[in-house]
Design a protein. Structure first.
Lengths: 293, 285, 250
């Protein structure tokens, strides 16, 4: 009898552990939403979404999120422009060309890229990449979107290369054999047969990489600058949503002020963006996973 | 030049490009390590590790940052490990394929993709303000625990899933209860995998900066913490602070601190891989 | 009274019916063989007796299964306690990744037996009964996974016997083993008959003929014929049985 009670107690404890994750999500949504609602009592929704200036900390306050959004999108775009071709090429190469021993060495090495703390990447971008780029791009300012974007791109290469390589590996051998059987070169097999067959997994990896890049904080906070600027010029300094949140957190903004609630509104925008991206990728993964079962 | 010759050339070009891409990633990694180590390594000495931060770069040290880091990590481990492993056990061993379990799984996948800074905002409001814990080590640890919880849960589940069902059947066949089976057979068999996941989660927590900045971890902390309610700073924040200073001497400091941070990170990752290999050999299924 | 009895047992995996109206009675201290082609339901039926089918989702059982006269599914029995009284040996040896001693002692430990002397005596007795004692007695702390396949299976048999069940269910216990190990296990089963009631599922008809007292032939979820082993193999009543044992299908 005692044993049965003990079993029930243990099971209840384990259920509670699982529910904590649900509570976390609810808490995130509640915290962001309630403060954002407060924010929108003082600021018009239209100004927030269409305003072209973001100056909550200045005397003349403007609350248009577009500059922060453009900063986030610009750096994310540069990062993906680096990571996608490199990551996908690496994935195809490891899957189609490279001998297994090579893959077994290279794949973990590349995954090291993902495990380096982002503060370190920020340091690298600011103190090495920017001066390097400045030597042949004279218009490059000290803080700019390009360096940060490039370094972020390198950091997320493994997101695309590892996940795409897994997707390629899951394609049945019979497809590959059919292609070779007809005399295709490795390149043709890879891009005409394997990549399309693995396309859902590859797309998932890209979406997750975008989400990761958009949510990145330290690299852009250190190297991209703290000037909100509605522009897509990578040579100038920009501010991303994440950098802004850090900037306010480090400052002396009083806790119950409108300026303070801007970090929640900005956080909400970021959360919704990454939430939508992540769920699209889960949906794609679920929908197309059955194909080769 | 006929079609097949063209195709062969394209094939070779791609191969060359691919090798370039692979090397590019590794070269950048190597360049990063070289730049940092060459700048920072010489700065590391006993004083650097033992000194408190200071406005003079030559006198500044990482002692308080190291202490803060240790306090936060130990507390984070104590909070997140039992919860994460518990949830992993529940989902893998008790969960049936119903709406409830599915919902929790989707939720965990979502949490894994939430940017770390959002966790910082959550921690700031929920732990810092509502629970009144301010910007203490406890707030930081609770925040980081929530952050790494999905990672721990997923790796615990994978490790538990890898235990063959024949072992569970043997245990149930002998009349063991569910928890007896889990405690005596499943957990010991999945120990290596769970440990690996835990260490990787910790190594991720070591490098987290943004959430701790948001909850209010300080940048200038001239004392070592003595309780979980104290204010604190950690190594990544110290690095962030030094990097943003214009004087090159501070940049050198930052590089030196990064060397130490990387040493910790790589040590943990190496340890995880070692454990994973050792346990894979021992419990060959 | 029958040791094990089944009355009108039907089993469904979701919509699919795997067992159709099975009825039979097994005397104590006998060896009964279940034979039949793959997928005929013999393992499924075996697992009804210790309710191992409960571990699978979507399983529905109707009818009665009785052990020592008690209905295993209907009366308020504690499943775990029930399983402690029945030993099961599986097709592929599945020792725990622990040492030899701890494997055999497992059943006692989960029963809460703390007395070291009692546990040691039980382990030794079980290993002797399983004809494994002499081979392992010098190093009981060795990992169970370091034993050969045949030794591992005998270890699993010892593990099942350590808690002194009255019934032992064996699901193709020798099919993954080499001929020498197989014959050792067959000898073992023959020895154990005097203390236990044994039911063995087997693909190997010669094995069934060698060691069992009675044999039950299953086909497509139905019990086709159940009789003394000698009769089944020399003078089967049903044509299907005749076809199976002469190798026309299977």
């Amino acid at each position: 009898m005692m044993l049965k009670i003990k079993e029930k107690i243990i099971e209840s404890f384990l259920i509670v552990c699982s529910l904590i994750t649900v509570l976390t999500t609810l808490a995130i949504i509640y915290v962001l939403a309630s403060e954002t609602i407060n924010f929108f009592r003082a600021v018009s929704v239209i100004e927030f979404f269409t305003g072209t200036e973001w100056t909550p900390l200045f005397a003349i306050k403007r609350f248009g999120i577009l500059p922060l959004l453009s900063g986030t999108l610009l750096t994310t775009f540069i990062a993906i422009a680096v990571a996608l071709p490199l990551g996908l090429t690496i994935a195809v190469f490891l899957n189609e060309y490279a001998p297994p021993r090579f893959t077994n060495v290279v794949k973990p090495l590349l995954e090291i890229l993902a495990s380096v703390p982002t503060v370190v990447y920020g340091f690298f971008a600011l103190t090495f990449v920017t001066p390097l780029l400045q030597s042949f791009l004279p218009g490059l300012s000290g803080f700019n979107a390009l360096s940060a974007g490039l370094v972020m791109g390198v950091m997320i290469i493994p997101y695309i290369s590892s996940l795409s390589e897994d997707a390629l590996r899951a394609v049945p051998k019979s497809l590959r054999e059919a292609a070779y059987g007809m005399g295709s070169t490795k390149l043709q097999t890879a891009f005409r047969v394997m990549v399309p067959a693995a396309s859902s997994g590859i797309i998932v990896s890209i979406i997750l990489a975008i989400s990761r890049a958009a949510g990145e904080t330290m690299i852009v906070a250190i190297a991209a600058g703290q000037e909100p600027r509605l522009s897509f010029n990578p040579l100038k300094s920009v501010e991303t949503i994440t950098t802004y949140i850090v900037q306010v957190s480090m400052g002396d903004v009083p806790h119950d002020s409108l300026e303070y609630s801007t970090i929640f509104a900005a956080g909400m925008a970021l959360f919704i963006f990454t939430f939508i991206l992540n769920n699209i990728s889960f949906w794609i993964r679920r929908k197309f996973q059955q194909k080769y079962e | 030049m006929n079609n097949s010759q063209l195709n062969r050339i394209k094939n070779h070009l791609f191969k060359a490009f691919a090798i370039f891409c692979t090397s590019a990633g590794l070269i950048v990694l190597a360049a990063l390590l070289y730049v940092i180590i060459s700048q920072g390594f010489s700065r590391i000495d006993y004083d650097f590790i033992n000194n408190l931060p200071s406005r003079r770069p030559h006198r500044a040290g990482i002692f308080t940052a190291l202490c803060g880091m240790v306090w936060v990590l130990v507390l984070t481990v104590c909070i997140s490990f039992p919860i994460g492993i518990g949830a992993g056990i529940y989902l893998q061993e008790y969960g049936k394929k119903n709406f409830f379990t599915n919902f929790i799984e989707v939720n965990i996948s979502n949490l894994a993709g939430v940017p770390s800074i959002i966790y910082g905002i959550l921690g700031l409001e929920l732990f810092g303000r509502v629970l009144g814990l301010g910007n203490s080590i406890l707030t930081g640890s609770l925040t980081l625990s929530l952050l790494i919880l999905p990672v721990i849960i997923v790796s615990a589940r994978e490790a538990i899933k890898a235990v063959p069902s024949s072992l569970r059947e043997a245990s149930y066949g002998l009349g063991a209860t569910k928890w007896q089976t889990i405690w005596n057979v499943v957990l010991p068999s999945s120990f290596g995998g769970i440990m690996t996941g835990l260490i990787l989660a910790v190594s991720r927590a070591i490098g987290e900066t943004a959430p701790l900045i948001v909850i209010g971890a300080l940048v200038y902390v001239p004392f070592a913490p003595s309780s979980v309610m104290d204010e604190f700073t950690v190594l990544p924040i110290q690095i962030f602070n030094w990097v943003t200073r214009p004087q090159t001497a501070f940049v050198t400091n930052a590089a030196a601190a990064i060397v130490i941070l990387l040493a910790f990170t790589f040590l943990m990752n190496g340890l995880a891989i070692l454990i994973r290999n050792r346990y894979n050999k021992r419990t060959k299924f | 009274m029958y040791k094990l009895e089944a009355r009108s047992v039907n089993l469904y995996y979701g919509e699919k019916q795997a067992l159709k109206d099975i009825g039979m009675g097994i005397e104590p201290n006998t060896v009964t063989a279940f034979i039949g082609p793959s997928g005929c339901g013999k393992s499924t039926f075996l697992r009804c007796f210790n309710r191992m089918n409960d571990l699978i989702d979507n399983v529905r059982i109707t009818g009665d299964i009785l052990i020592d006269g008690r209905n295993v599914y209907k009366s308020k029995i504690d499943v775990d306690e029930h399983r402690k009284k029945i030993g099961m040996v599986f097709q592929k040896p599945n020792p725990f990744p622990k040492n030899i001693f701890e494997n055999v002692a497992y059943g006692l430990r989960i029963k809460g037996v703390k007395d070291k002397a009692v546990v040691e005596a039980a382990v030794e007795r079980a290993l002797k009964q399983a004809a494994l004692w002499d081979e392992v007695k010098d190093d009981l702390k060795k990992s169970a996974l370091s034993l050969s396949g045949g030794q591992q299976q005998r270890l699993c048999i010892a593990r099942a016997m350590a808690v002194e069940p009255s019934v032992i269910l064996m699901d193709e216990p020798a099919s993954a083993l080499d001929p020498i190990s197989t014959s050792k296990i067959e000898d073992l089963i023959y020895e154990l008959k005097s203390s236990y009631t044994i039911v063995i599922v087997t693909h190997n008809m010669q094995q069934a003929a060698r060691i069992s007292d009675k044999t039950a032939f299953f086909y497509l979820g139905e019990l086709i014929e159940y009789n003394k082993t000698a009769t089944i193999f020399t003078n089967p009543a049903k044509e299907q049985t005749q076809k199976y044992i002469t190798g026309r299908f299977g």
